[in-house]
Design a protein around this ligand. Structure first.
Ligand code: AMP
Ligand code: MG
Length: 347
């Protein structure tokens, strides 16, 4: 706690322009203070991307390592001027197709953006969010806004304003509450500086959707094997973690139940992360259904809220089912693997 007063504004996402609160929040951004706001993926913690002072405040409020660069958010294409030095052809196609939306493009950096935003890299990550409150805030601020997820570093990303409040009250100038977010996992980050577009972080836009627009798409090899340094610096950190250790179980329901039983014999309080289909198969202290397997976007949408719910119930250990790597399942599994920090069990 740094003891700053944190203002809290509630806004109806359907008519953000009619709320003076959004304009008020934008004035703080113009004054180089930092503000949390909803996007369609997760809540972001925004600050003026042109100001070293504002960017330092973001890193400090989150406790984020300074070598992990931030995504710059814009409301209109013209704001790319100076933010990037060049727009590669594939980036043009992807912007035309997916913006506004949950896709972040890495392009050569322009000279107006603070070096602190890019952690000294020669590239910059940019996205146009698809959320009326985010877009209204960006339009009023009339600045490119650097915004990582609005959680303390290492914790699950916030998908509701109350998650932001838990983590950052007293550390930031304000929170705009525009209701729960939709996608629930962060944007897909793609490198557009290479001939073939490369996925650096799986997210709301799937590989299949990208390939329909630009042909073959590569995946950063570091995402598939742990030996290499990832091109997206943030991917090397343990992330999204609930307080209790989480183990990913690729095996039968009986196997998962046995792990639970063994822990409970030792007096431990145990949680299980499953889906609507399987929730009755388990006997544990707390069993949480995270969406349904028949539609993995529901799992993405609920994931971070469920990880935080295990914190509220003070379990000692969490066991989670695994999900198919198809579509948004790739992003779900990537986040679960980070949350598990390498703890897995299989038959
Ligand atoms: P967050 O905003 O917390 O969801 O994280 C943003 C992600 O984008 C992190 O994984 C960063 O490492 C990544 N990122 C931001 N800028 C760049 C860049 N210029 N090159 C590669 N990855 C980046
Ligand atoms: Mg984050």
């Amino acid at each position: 706690m740094t003891g700053i007063k944190t203002y809290y504004w509630t806004v109806d996402e359907d008519s953000p322009e009619s709320y003076p609160q959004v304009e008020e929040a934008s004035l703080w951004i113009k004054k180089n203070e930092v503000i949390a706001f909803p996007t369609e993926t997760v809540y972001g913690l925004g600050g003026n991307a042109l100001s070293d002072e504002a960017i330092e405040k973001i890193f400090k409020a989150k406790g984020r390592p300074s070598d992990n660069p931030l995504i710059v958010h814009i409301a209109k294409r013209e704001q790319l001027q100076g933010v990037v030095s060049e727009i590669p052809e594939n980036a043009e196609k992807l912007m035309a197709h997916f913006w506004p939306g949950p896709l972040t493009l890495v392009m050569p950096k322009g000279d107006v953006v603070s070096e602190k935003v890019t952690a000294g890299l020669q590239t910059v990550a940019v996205r146009m969010p698809d959320h009326p409150v985010a877009l209204a805030l960006l339009r009023y601020a009339d600045l490119p806004v650097a915004a990582p997820s609005a959680n303390l570093s290492g914790k699950p990303s916030p998908t509701a304003a109350k998650h932001v409040y838990e983590d950052l009250d007293g550390r930031i100038a304000g929170i705009v509450d525009g209701g729960p977010t939709g996608v629930g996992v962060e944007s897909t980050v793609v490198d557009c500086t290479t001939d073939i577009v490369t996925i650096l972080r799986p997210g709301g836009v799937t590989k299949e959707e990208l390939e329909a627009v630009v042909g073959d798409v590569a995946i950063d090899p570091a995402l598939l094997s742990s030996g290499q340094a990832p091109k997206s610096p943030g991917m090397k950190y343990t992330h999204y973690a609930p307080k209790a250790p989480l183990t990913l179980v690729s095996g039968s329901q009986e196997m998962l139940q046995k792990l639970v039983n063994d822990d409970r014999k030792l007096g431990k309080k145990v949680g299980v992360l499953t889906t609507e289909e399987n929730k009755h198969a388990y006997d544990a202290d707390i069993v949480i259904a995270c969406g349904t397997r028949s539609d993995l976007s529901t799992v993405a949408n609920r994931l971070y809220d469920v990880l935080r719910a295990f914190d509220y119930s003070h379990v000692d250990n969490i066991y989670s089912e695994v999900f198919p790597q198809e579509g948004v399942g790739a992003a779900v599994m990537n986040r679960l693997e980070k949350a598990a920090g390498g703890r897995t069990a299989s038959e």
